[in-house]
Design a protein around this ligand. Sequence first.
Ligand SMILES: Cc1cc2nc3c(=O)[nH]c(=O)nc-3n(C[C@H](O)[C@H](O)[C@H](O)COP(=O)(O)O)c2cc1C
Length: 176
Amino acid sequence: MEWNELMLTRKSCREYTDVQLTESQLKAILQAGCAAPVARGKYEQLQLTVVQDKKLLELIDTAAKAAYGDDSFSCTRGAPTVIIVSVQEDQGQISPMMIASAGCVVENMHLAATDLGLGSVYLGSIQAVNNSFEVLYKLKLQDGFWPVSALAVGNAKEPAEKRDVPMTKIFTNIVE
Ligand SMILES: Cc1cc2nc3c(=O)[nH]c(=O)nc-3n(C[C@H](O)[C@H](O)[C@H](O)COP(=O)(O)O)c2cc1C
C-alpha cells in the first residue's frame, strides 16, 4: 500500500474471524516490530511474545476482566493472535523511554498488519496481566521482563477503508 493510503486506512479493529495469520504474515509483522526505533538502541530490553494458543488468550481475557473488575471487558478482542511487547526493568523500574519504545514497536506492527490487509488493535490493557502470576508464568518471559503493550491481530470481520482524517484532530499550535 502506498504510504498515505496506509496511514489513512489504519484503524483499530475489534472484531475478527477465526482465520489465523499465515506464517509469512506473522513474519512480516514481527520484522516491522524489529524495525521500530527504540530509545538508546536498547533492543535487548524488549521482548516480543506471540500468543496464539486459545486457552492462553482466554486466560489473558480472564486476568483483564479481574483486573478491571468488568466481566464484559475483552482485552484480546477475540483476535487469533496477540503479540505482547515486554520491557525489562532497570534498577527495579520500567523506564518511560522503554514504554515509549514498546509503543513504537506496536505501531510499526499495527501499520504492517494494515498493509497486509489484516485488522489489528493496540492493547494497552495487556498491562492487566501483570496481576496474574498464571499468565506471567505461561508467557515464559525472561527474568525482569514485564508486558507493557501488545497488538491484537487477525483477519478483520469488516475490511478497513481509507478514512478522511482532519488536521484538527490533534490541537496544534505553531509557535513563531
Ligand atoms: C497506548 C494505547 C493503548 C490502547 N489500548 C487499547 C486497548 O487496550 N484496547 C482497545 O480496544 N484499544 C486500545 N487502543 C486503541 C485506541 O482506543 C484507538 O487507537 C483510538 O480510539 C483511535 O481509534 P483508531 O485507532 O481506530 O483511529 C489503544 C491505543 C493506544 C495508542
